[in-house]
Design a protein around this ligand. Structure first.
Ligand code: G16
Length: 545
C-alpha cells in the first residue's frame, strides 16, 4: 500500500465546541484544514489497526468531498473497514446506532447540525466513540492539542469510492462498505415502539400529521419510516429532499426557523393534529399540536411521565438527566416516580457516562434535543415516534396531554432569548461583569422575587468524577424561578449569548398566560443585571424560543 505523507503547518484554532469542530465552509476549505483535524482525531486513538469506523454526514455542502478525503486517510491510518451511509448520508442518531451495532472503534459524523449550509454556510466534523456517543472533553482536548502539533498527514492515493451505490469496495487494503442509511435505524425503532398502533393512527381519517425535514438529513428517514413503513399519506413529510444548502434555510427546528410547518399548524382553520420537525443532522426535534407548541423541557417531562405506555420503556425508567438550562419540569416527574434526576452541563456528551452506567434511561435539553439509552445521541425521529405512540395510546390531542400534565405537575413557563453574532469582546465583557456581581446577588430582592443563590455552574460527573467548570451563570430565586446566561459553543460568527428564563406556576387557573408575559418580570431583571444593550448595543434578542 502506498501512503502519501503530506507536509503541513499546524492549526491552533481546531478546538471542538459543544459538539465537534464547526467553522464556515470557507474556513474548512483552507488547504489541509480538514486533513489536519482528521489526522488529529486519528492521532488520539490508540487501537486503529484493523478496526471499524462509521462514516457519514448530513449531506451539506462539502460532505461528499470530505467523505472521500476521510476514507483515504482512514485507509492510511490502518482501519480495517469503514461503514459509510449511502451517498455519504447518515443522521447523527443513525451513526450512533451503527457504531454500537458494528462494535466500531467510533464514527466520524460530518455536520454543523442546525447551522446554515452551502458555500457561504457552515461545516462541521465530530468524533463519536465506541459507545456511540460524542467524544468526552478529555478526548476533544487531546484532539485540539494534537492539531497544534501536526506537521504532516497520511493519505492513500485518490481512488474515489462510489458511495451512491450499495456494496463493498476496497481502498488500499481497507474494506469500504456502503450501507443503506435508514434500514438499521428503522429496525431499532421497531424494537422500541408499537408500529401497529402508530400505523393505525397515521392511516385513520381522524388524524393528520406533517413532518418537516427542513431539506436536511431526515428526509429519507421520514419518507421511509412514516410514509412507506407506517403508511402515512405521501404528503406527510414536507421539505423531504436533502439539499446541500438546505434550500437556503436554516435547518433548526424551532418556531422561528421551521416557519412553513408553524404556518400549517397555526393556520386558523388548520386540520393538522400533529406537527414535528428535525434539524440538519436529525438529532433535534420540535413537537407541535394544533396551534400548540410543546417546549422541549415539557416534552422530556411528558415522555418520562408516560414511558411505561411505550413498549421499549414498559419496565420503567432508571432515571432522567437534563442539561442545566433545561427547565425543571422533568425533575418533578422524577420526584414523583422516585427516580434520580441529574443536572448536567449543556452538551450531549455529558449524558454518555450516565447512560453507560445505567443511571438514566431518558435525557434531554432545552435546545430541542431528546433521547434515551437506545443510542448515545439525541434523536429527532425517535422523539417523533415516541409522541406518535403516546398519541395512539392516549387517543387524545397534544394540547390536552400537555395541559393534563401541567394540571398534575404544575407548569414551568420557559423561554430562551438568543443574541446572535455579537462581538466576542463585548460578550466576554458582559459575562465578566455578571461574574463580578455573583457573590453580592444572594439575598437581594427584585420586586417580588428574591435571589436564593447565584453562581457559575460546576458539574462533577457522578461516574468518573471529572469536573467541568464555568458551565453557565445561574441566578436562582427563592420561588424556584431561574435566569441563566451562557455563551453558545456551536456558533461560528462572533459570540451568541443565550438567556434562559424559567418560572414555575402550580395554579392551574394561571396556566393560560402568554409565555413572555409570564416571564416579563424575569426579563426585566435580566436587563438590570446583565445590561445587554449597554454591552452589545442590542435592544432585543434575535431569536426567541
Ligand atoms: C449541540 C449539542 C447540544 C447542545 C446544543 C446547543 O447540539 O449536542 O447538546 O445543547 O449544541 O449548544 P450551544 O448552546 O452551546 O450552542 P447540535 O444539535 O448543534 O449538535
Amino acid at each position: 500500500m502506498t501512503i502519501q505523507i503530506i507536509k503541513t503547518t499546524p492549526f491552533d484554532d481546531q478546538k471542538p465546541g459543544t459538539s465537534g469542530l464547526r467553522k464556515s465552509v470557507k474556513h474548512f476549505k483552507k488547504p489541509d484544514y480538514l486533513q489536519t483535524f482528521v489526522q488529529a482525531i486519528f492521532n488520539t486513538l490508540d487501537t486503529i489497526q484493523g478496526s471499524t469506523l462509521i462514516l457519514g454526514g448530513d449531506g451539506r455542502y462539502f460532505n461528499r468531498e470530505a467523505i472521500q478525503i476521510i476514507l483515504r486517510m482512514a485507509a492510511a491510518a490502518g482501519f480495517g473497514r469503514v461503514i459509510v451511509g449511502q451517498g455519504g448520508i447518515l443522521s447523527t442518531p443513525a451513526a450512533s446506532n451503527l457504531i454500537r451495532q458494528y462494535q466500531a472503534l467510533g464514527g466520524i459524523i460530518l455536520s454543523a447540525s442546525h447551522n446554515a449550509g452551502g458555500p457561504e454556510g457552515d461545516f462541521g466534523i465530530k468524533f463519536n466513540g465506541a459507545n456511540g456517543g460524542p467524544a468526552p472533553e478529555s478526548m476533544t482536548e487531546a484532539m485540539f492539542a494534537a492539531a497544534k502539533q501536526i506537521h504532516e498527514y497520511h493519505i492513500v492515493p485518490l481512488n474515489p469510492i462510489p458511495v451512491d451505490k450499495l456494496g463493498t469496495y476496497q481502498l488500499s487494503g481497507m474494506q469500504v462498505e456502503v450501507v443503506d442509511s435508514v434500514s438499521a435505524y428503522l429496525a431499532l425503532m421497531e424494537t422500541l415502539f408499537d408500529f401497529d398502533k402508530i400505523a393505525a393512527l397515521l392511516t385513520s381519517d381522524h388524524f393528520k400529521m406533517r413532518f418537516d425535514a427542513m431539506h436536511a438529513v431526515t428526509g429519507p428517514y421520514g419518507h421511509r419510516i412514516l410514509e412507506e413503513r407506517l403508511g402515512a399519506p405521501v404528503d406527510t413529510v414536507i421539505q423531504g429532499e436533502p439539499l446541500a444548502d438546505f434550500g437556503g434555510g436554516h435547518p433548526d427546528p424551532n418556531q422561528t426557523h421551521a416557519h412553513e410547518l408553524m404556518a400549517m399548524l397555526y393556520a386558523r382553520n388548520s386540520d393538522i393534529d400533529f406537527g414535528a420537525a428535525s434539524d440538519g443532522d436529525g438529532d433535534r426535534n420540535m413537537i407541535l399540536g394544533k396551534r400548540f407548541f410543546v417546549t422541549p423541557s415539557d416534552s422530556l417531562a411528558i415522555l418520562a411521565a408516560n414511558a411505561r405506555l411505550i413498549p421499549g420503556y414498559k419496565e420503567g425508567i432508571a432515571g432522567i438527566a437534563r442539561s442545566m438550562p433545561t427547565s425543571q419540569a422533568p425533575d418533578r416527574v422524577a420526584a414523583k416516580l422516585g427516580i434520580p434526576c441529574f443536572e448536567t452541563p449543556t452538551g450531549w456528551k455529558f449524558f454518555g457516562n450516565l447512560l453507560d452506567a445505567g443511571k438514566i434511561t431518558l435525557c434531554g435539553e432545552e435546545s430541542f434535543g431528546t433521547g434515551s439509552d437506545h443510542v448515545r445521541e439525541k434523536d429527532g425521529l425517535w422523539a417523533v415516534l415516541f409522541w406518535l405512540n403516546l398519541l395512539a395510546e392516549k387517543q387524545d390531542s397534544v394540547e390536552n396531554i400537555v395541559r393534563k400534565h401541567w394540571a398534575e405537575y404544575g407548569r414551568n413557563y420557559y423561554s430562551r432569548h438568543d443574541y446572535e453574532a455579537i462581538d466576542m469582546q463585548d460578550a466576554n465583557a458582559l459575562v465578566d461583569a455578571l461574574q463580578a456581581q455573583l457573590s453580592g446577588l444572594a439575598g437581594k430582592s427584585f420586586g417580588a422575587l428574591s435571589v436564593r443563590a447565584a453562581d457559575n455552574f460546576t458539574y462533577t460527573d457522578p461516574v468518573d468524577g471529572s469536573v467541568s467548570k464555568n458551565q453557565g451563570i445561574r441566578i436562582l430565586f427563592t420561588d424556584g424561578s431561574r435566569i441563566i446566561f451562557r455563551l453558545s459553543g456551536t456558533g461560528t460568527q462572533g459570540a451568541t449569548l443565550r438567556v434562559y428564563l424559567e418560572k414555575y406556576e402550580a395554579d392551574v387557573s394561571k396556566h393560560d398566560q402568554d409565555v413572555q408575559d409570564a416571564l416579563a418580570d424575569l426579563l426585566a431583571i435580566v436587563q438590570t443585571v446583565a445590561r445587554i444593550e449597554h454591552f452589545t448595543g442590542r435592544e432585543a434578542a434575535d431569536v426567541v424560543t
